[in-house]
Design a protein around this ligand. Structure first.
Ligand code: ATP
Ligand code: MG
Length: 343
């Protein structure tokens, strides 16, 4: 499915060249959950950004090849990559709030991806049910632009009011009133095919109350719900592969378990491949079939998860495993309890 061979990515910095990736070899097979573990700064995220071509301008892939379903995408054009991101590979990032657009509702954000990658299905659904493909709101501009106009109107209104020249502020008040009136008059438009598909995408990630969530802005949702929205977006393009870069690090433990379970369930349902990046060995042990251990820009060990956990070969893997806090009996046998007696 995804084959990475001898990948080297360098960063140009003021202090010289940083060799972030130093020959990474990695293969993710069809329909498996593959774990990539390693300590902070070892190059896990850079590997995933190199594959998706989302590296910053100072970075360059200097060597190696990346193949997706047999297609060489090492030098793919930006246009092709835009199709691949979302369409072939879904992405989930660590911090959902910074990855979501703050001025667009969940409905608009998922809808955007569906319109880009699922155009045919949308039209079929619309024809089947005899409903419009898109909800056509009259008198509307792009959400970001509308947000700017509103902000400017409020600013001028406040300014003129403060200066005691309320009359000059009136046109801005009318403008704001127009936006609210427009939304009020058009609030009951029938569901379009796009709306239905957004609701469907949200129920696939087991979102409670999808209708309410669809018209919310990202900051109105809890961290776990935001991550569910991210997963819904990653799945909206019907990608066959999912790259999750530390999907649960920003969440508390119970929500972490729910999100991991959700990823596992979806993988089982759809048979997609998942590349799960994490620095948490517990997460890997629970979720992944195969694992690669990364250290200082290289893969130092790769194999089935149970084999690596029971029989680590590389020194780094051994120390990584040794650093997990022990529970149960071994904890009771901690040296100080023997030395000082039970307390
Ligand atoms: N913008 C950058 N400029 C220079 N060097 C960078 C830049 N981004 C990353 N690097 C280098 O790449 C290395 C790997 O970074 P990367 O973000 O992939 O680590 P990571 O394994 O994802 O860590 P974490 O677990 O903290 O997310 C870093 O140690 C750093 O030296
Ligand atoms: Mg990272």
């Amino acid at each position: 499915m995804l084959e990475i061979e001898g990948l080297e990515t360098h960063f140009k910095t003021y202090d010289g060249v940083v060799r972030a990736l130093d020959g990474v070899d990695l293969t993710v097979e069809d329909g498996e959950i593959f774990g990539l573990v390693g300590e902070t700064g070892c190059g896990k995220s850079v590997t995933c950004y190199s594959v998706l071509k989302l590296l910053p301008g100072t970075a360059e892939v200097v060597k190696g090849s990346i193949r997706l379903n047999g297609e060489d995408i090492t030098d793919a054009s930006e246009e092709r990559m835009r199709k691949i991101r979302g369409g072939k590979i879904g992405i989930i990032f660590q911090d959902p709030l910074s990855a979501l657009n703050p001025v667009m509702t969940v409905n608009e954000q998922i809808g955007e991806i569906l319109a880009l990658h699922q155009d045919e299905e949308l039209r079929e659904l619309a024809a089947d049910r005899n409903i419009p493909t898109y909800r056509s709101k009259n008198w509307s501009l792009s959400p970001g632009f509308e947000f700017t106009i509103m902000a400017v109107c409020f600013a001028f209104l406040a300014l003129f009011t403060m200066l005691g020249q309320f009359a000059f502020g009136l046109p801005f008040l009318v403008m704001i009133g127009f936006f609210f009136l427009r939304d009020y008059l058009q609030r009951d438009l029938p569901d379009s095919a796009l709306d239905l598909m957004v609701l469907d995408a949200l129920s696939r990630v087991k979102m409670p109350d999808p209708r309410q969530v669809a018209c919310s802005y990202p900051h109105e949702l809890s961290g776990g719900m935001q991550q569910r929205v991210m997963i819904a977006m990653a799945l909206a393009g019907r990608a066959r592969m999912l790259i999750a870069d530390e999907p649960t690090t920003a969440l508390d433990v119970t929500i972490q378990a729910q999100i991991l379970q959700l990823i596992k369930d979806i993988q089982k349902e759809t048979g997609m491949s998942v590349l799960l990046i994490t620095h948490d060995l517990g997460v890997v042990a629970e979720t992944c079939e195969r694992v690669a251990v990364m250290y200082a820009g290289r893969i130092v060990e790769q194999g089935p998860a149970d084999e690596i956990f029971t029989n680590p070969r590389h020194e780094y893997t051994k120390s990584l495993l040794a650093s997990i806090p022990k529970g149960g009996e071994e904890r009771l046998k901690a040296p100080h309890t023997e030395e000082y007696g039970a307390i």
